[in-house]
Design a protein. Structure first.
Lengths: 101, 130, 117
């Protein structure tokens, strides 16, 4: 039986690992961006997320990482800002966690 | 639900260990449990009791220790990763005839079997990598 | 019983990630069914003719040959990552099955735990 996967990505969007992460994120999955990964959800890089977002894949960013980097008013639409308790809930709600780094 | 948390990042060089600590706290506050925190790769440096950051920075070793004591969380340091990086408890220091150990409770040195056990028995495994 | 998928994504020697990932896999295979997937630069760990003697680092590519003895039979890599690096499975020290992206997504979704290195 196919599990729903929660993907996490914590590197700069220039990392080739982001491309792997996006290639293997299925339409029943979700993506959490943390640490430098939150830059992915800004104007310069957001286009990389278009395909996922159009497919209805939820994309989340960690609030303290966004705030620390001065990105609170620079996020693209259609990403959801979450705290760590929300991150824990997502891990519980998806069956497997795949960390990309 | 039981969480296993896998930490690869050394403190102060990368954010990963600091993120893992935030996550671990959130797990304990959410009503879920932490089955085990396993430190692998450079993550073993979190166990170094000699860490002495400037006063205006957080002391991550102290924070792991507090978390473990308040919530009875296992902090396991992989022996294969730690020995080659010079992270030793007193027993290992004696065994390898080193002048001193540099880790102690609540961190414990153990084998990779603890990672596999955590993968089998925890409901979720979450990795904080670098 | 749970099944664990190990994912190797880093080239050898530049980091110790692959070697420690292999150690974890060998331990895991003693207890549960494990599979190994090479993604991205991880496939460089399997390139034949490695000689790390001069580096002062352990050449662990030979250890992959032991996987069969440990009962690890499910070895996979990404077809597109291979092509991207102008490699073929014949260039590798052990036989691995090249999968397309959809099959890799399936592989991930069919395991209970994914450990990445």
């Amino acid at each position: 039986m196919a599990a729903k996967i929660l993907h996490t990505f914590n590197k700069s969007p220039i990392s080739p690992v982001l491309d792997s992460c996006l290639r293997f994120t299925g339409e029943d999955d979700a993506l959490v961006l943390l640490e430098d990964g939150v830059y992915t959800a800004t104007a310069a890089w957001g286009v990389k997320l278009d395909e996922l977002i159009d497919a209805g894949v939820p994309v989340y960013v960690i609030k303290i990482d966004v705030d620390a980097r001065g990105l609170a008013n620079r996020l693209i639409e259609d990403v959801q800002v979450i705290e760590y308790d929300g991150f824990v809930d997502l891990c519980a709600n998806y069956e497997v966690v795949k960390s990309w780094f | 639900m039981k969480f296993a948390i896998l930490v690869y990042g050394p403190p102060y060089t990368y954010q990963a260990a600091h993120s893992a600590l935030h996550f671990a706290r959130a797990v304990t506050e959410s009503g879920h449990q932490i089955y085990r925190i396993f430190f692998y790769h450079d993550g073993v440096y979190n166990a170094n009791a000699l860490i002495a950051p400037p006063q205006d920075e957080t002391d991550i070793h102290a924070q792991w220790t507090t978390l473990a004591q308040e919530h009875d969380v296992e902090l396991i340091v992989c022996i294969a990763s730690s020995l080659r990086r010079g992270i030793l408890d007193e027993t290992e220091a004696d065994r390898y005839e080193k002048s001193a150990g540099n880790i102690g409770k609540p961190f414990e040195i153990s084998g990779l079997g603890q990672l596999i056990d955590a993968s089998i028995n925890a409901d979720r495994v979450v990795t904080f990598g670098v | 019983m749970k099944r664990i998928l190990f994912v190797q994504s880093r080239a050898p020697y530049g980091t110790l990630s692959g070697q420690e990932g292999l150690d974890a896999l060998l331990m895991g295979s003693a207890f549960v069914e494990c599979a190994l997937l090479f993604l991205g630069d991880g496939i460089y760990q399997l390139l034949s003719n490695q000689d790390a003697a001069a580096l002062g680092l352990k050449d662990y590519s030979v250890s992959f040959g032991a996987l069969k003895d440990y009962g690890v039979q499910n070895l996979y890599c990404s077809e597109s990552d291979l092509q991207h690096r102008v490699l073929e499975t014949d260039d590798l020290v052990i036989p691995v099955t090249a999968l397309d992206d959809a099959a890799i997504r399936e592989l991930m979704a069919s395991h209970d735990v994914i450990l990445s290195f």
